[in-house]
Design a protein around this ligand. Structure first.
Ligand SMILES: NC(=O)c1ccc[n+]([C@@H]2O[C@H](COP(=O)([O-])OP(=O)(O)OC[C@H]3O[C@@H](n4cnc5c(N)ncnc54)[C@H](OP(=O)(O)O)[C@@H]3O)[C@@H](O)[C@H]2O)c1
Length: 360
């Protein structure tokens, strides 16, 4: 049987340390947790079993590994210090004889996005960031069809279009939509992404550094690293559909309270085939994982042990390939969720009603 490992790390220092060391977490103040995370050794969190391909019947097992560095340490320490700790965690995967290693959360964002880590280890490495691109577009289109928006007639905005996920979503969507608006912080990079979109066959593409520009969009993907809400009720047109992939979320909770005509869905969640037992509480409904972990598992089921997604540029051909591989093995887009809750028929009915009433 083939094996995978997937690295995660504390996102919420107090709560996540409490999952492993409840008493210690009560005693330690947060600044001390950040400091100690540099000294703490990597550890095995759980043994994952029960994953089975629907196509081949093959089974894989794996391990969840903890890189102790908190998000703040990973983003603020010099990259070489972060690499050292991630590589140390990767050595644990080597000792467990795994065939492929996935880099979760900010362990794939640091520095060069996995290139240095992959070079240092004797195991195939993936950031897992190709599959979430496919899942984001799938979630956006599913949400659009629920409220009756046809992407081929729609203006689509990508917020965070200069980033890895945002720019790849823009390229993937280019042949499928009527018009595109790219929003980001750096004009020069936005111009480059606009050229890539045009190369993929969409001429009608504009860019802006102002978030207000998204008011023209019927469909929106938001994938920034802002780390706080940047999309508020006043930024959205009547009946807009938003797929928010960012963690923490880009869309303000106020949108849920004030805009009953708008559908906001989370991107990137997927059902794993078989009867997976993660022996770890991801704070997600049973059987669901984020797309980056699903990519690691899908590559293990496929027996494709190569550095699949590394670096900050996501290759669209790989997005298409991993989407097909995952679908074949039985991975499925999870039911749509909005602000942590499943999207309901009643919610969709209400959105359609509000849009029809406003349209007269
Ligand atoms: N759900 C999943 O499975 C999944 C998987 C991977 C990533 N993610 C999430 O997706 C997001 C993007 O990830 P990534 O790997 O693409 O990161 P990335 O390459 O760092 O891209 C983030 C982009 O957001 C831009 N940005 C930051 N603040 C902004 C603002 N206020 N307005 C507009 N643009 C802004 C950044 O611009 P500058 O470069 O100019 O700073 C950067 O280009 C993150 O929140 C990440 O956690 C989710």
């Amino acid at each position: 049987m083939d094996h995978f490992a997937f690295i995660i790390h504390p996102l919420d220092p107090k709560a996540d340390v409490a999952r492993k060391y409840p008493r210690l977490a009560r005693l330690l103040p947060v600044p001390l947790i950040h400091f100690l995370s540099r000294l703490w050794p990597p550890l095995v969190l759980s043994h994952v079993t029960g994953i089975r391909s629907q196509a081949t019947g093959a089974q894989v097992e794996g391990w969840l590994l903890a890189c102790p560095l908190t998000t703040r340490q990973l983003t603020h320490l010099p990259a070489r210090v972060a690499y050292r700790k991630i590589i140390q965690t990767g050595r644990l995967a080597e000792r467990l004889n795994v065939d492929i290693l996935g880099l979760g959360a900010y362990t794939s964002v640091v520095g060069d996005g996995g290139i240095t880590v992959a070079r240092a280890l004797n195991v195939a490495v993936t950031t897992g960031d190709s599959y979430p691109v496919a899942l984001t577009v799938q979630a956006l289109f599913k949400a659009a069809s629920l409220v009756g928006v046809d992407p081929a007639q729609a203006t689509v905005a990508i917020v965070g279009a200069t980033g890895a996920i945002g720019s790849a979503c823009a390229e993937l969507l280019a042949p499928k939509v009527a018009r595109m608006l790219l929003v980001g912080l750096r004009e020069e990079r936005l111009r480059e992404v606009a050229r890539d979109v045009q190369r993929r066959g969409l001429d009608d593409v504009e860019f802006s550094t102002q978030i207000e520009a998204i008011r023209a969009a019927h469909l929106i993907i938001s994938a920034t690293s802002a780390g706080r809400p940047i999309i508020f009720p006043e930024h959205l047109r009547l009946g807009a559909v938003v797929c928010d992939v960012a963690q923490p979320a880009d869309v303000s909770q106020r949108v849920a309270e004030e805009r009953r005509d708008v559908l906001v869905v989370e991107g990137g969640l997927v059902e794993v085939p078989g009867e997976p037992d993660f022996r770890f509480d991801f704070r997600l409904p049973p059987g669901l994982v984020f797309g980056c972990m699903a990519e690691t598992i899908a590559l293990a089921l496929e027996g494709q042990f190569e550095d699949f997604t590394v670096g900050k540029e996501i290759d669209i051909e790989k997005v298409n390939r991993i989407e097909a591989v995952a679908a074949r093995h039985g991975f499925r887009l999870a039911g749509l969720r909005s602000f942590g809750q499943p999207v309901t028929d009643e919610q969709i009915r209400m959105i359609r009603q509000q849009v029809e009433q406003a349209a007269g």
